[in-house]
Design a protein around this ligand. Structure first.
Ligand code: ZN
Length: 290
């Protein structure tokens, strides 16, 4: 007779719990899908950051840590204390203006001359050196970072990931059952040549929340409009440096118009002085060495 020890029973208990959770989540998904005919056609509430998501906050944190390790193998992180503390300060200030903070956010600068920044699940943000070089003020840099932070706040990454790859695969990644696949997905979404593309409604929500976050944290959101305008001009001068940003963030005039309309509705306020000297010092350092 084979005796199952307590360790074995515990493991089975954990696995049994997981299976139950999966069943519950599938049941929820089926229920939500059955509701689709009733909810389509309703206007999207841009402030609603709690869209349906099969992945729990804790699962997203775990997935984010795994993805971050992969991303940092595939990109060269700028490991300079001065640059790190600057980007932490900037990110920390923006976080004072977000709707909700579910994650322990991290901010890193990566060596890449293209103009871009990206968020991975679990609140890990990466800023390309090319974006710092292209910005002429901290407010402009904050504008792009604010948009990206809000992809994380509204948990667009895990929603997109489950849509694109299916819940079963994401669950396998979470359980650590498929490390090679995790590396491949990280490369195709967040690697050097990778591209995470969100839906149009996610993009416009990240703009909407991005403006609100800038406003709340004391950055003039008009910086988003001016920087988008500059990026459009850069597209003509140096298209390859901006291809990735434009393919994931089409800067249509509609998009800039809606940002402008949202700003016009905000009560006027005095803006905290832009952190010009720190920004220029860090930018000069990046231009010189990266
Ligand atoms: Zn975006």
């Amino acid at each position: 007779m084979h005796f199952k020890g307590p360790a074995c029973r515990d493991r089975q208990g954990v696995k049994g719990g997981r299976v139950m959770m999966v069943r519950i989540k599938y049941a929820m998904l089926l229920f939500m899908l059955s509701m689709v005919p009733f909810v389509t056609g309703c206007a999207v509430n841009q402030s609603d950051i709690r869209g349906f998501n099969l992945i729990s906050i804790d699962e997203e944190k775990k997935l984010g840590t795994q993805f971050a390790a992969e991303v940092e193998k595939q990109h060269q992180v700028v490991n300079e204390p001065e640059v790190q503390s600057y980007i932490n300060r900037l990110g920390g200030r923006l976080l004072t203006g977000v709707k909700q903070k579910d994650f322990d956010y991290t901010f890193k600068v990566v060596k890449d001359d293209t103009v871009n920044a990206f968020a991975i699940p679990g609140g890990h943000l990466y800023v390309h050196t090319g974006l710092i070089k292209a910005a002429t003020s901290e407010t402009e840099l904050a504008a792009v970072l604010s948009h990206e932070i809000n992809h994380a706040v509204a948990r667009h990454g895990t929603r997109q990931l489950t849509q694109q790859y299916g819940y079963a695969l994401v669950l396998q990644l979470l359980l650590g059952e498929n490390p090679n696949q995790l590396a491949q997905i990280a490369a195709s979404l967040f690697g050097q040549a990778g591209m995470m593309s969100y839906s149009r409604s996610m993009e416009s929500q990240a703009d909407y929340l991005g403006v609100e976050t800038m406003y709340n944290s004391g950055y003039n959101p008009q910086g988003m409009v001016t920087f988008f305008g500059k990026l459009k001009a850069l597209e003509k001068q140096s298209p390859s440096s901006i291809t990735k940003f434009f393919s994931t963030h089409p800067l249509t005039s509609d998009r800039i118009d809606s940002v402008q309309k949202e700003i016009a509705q905000l009560p006027s306020r005095n803006w905290a002085p832009d952190n010009a000297s720190d920004f220029q010092r860090i930018r000069a350092r990046i231009v010189k060495s990266y």
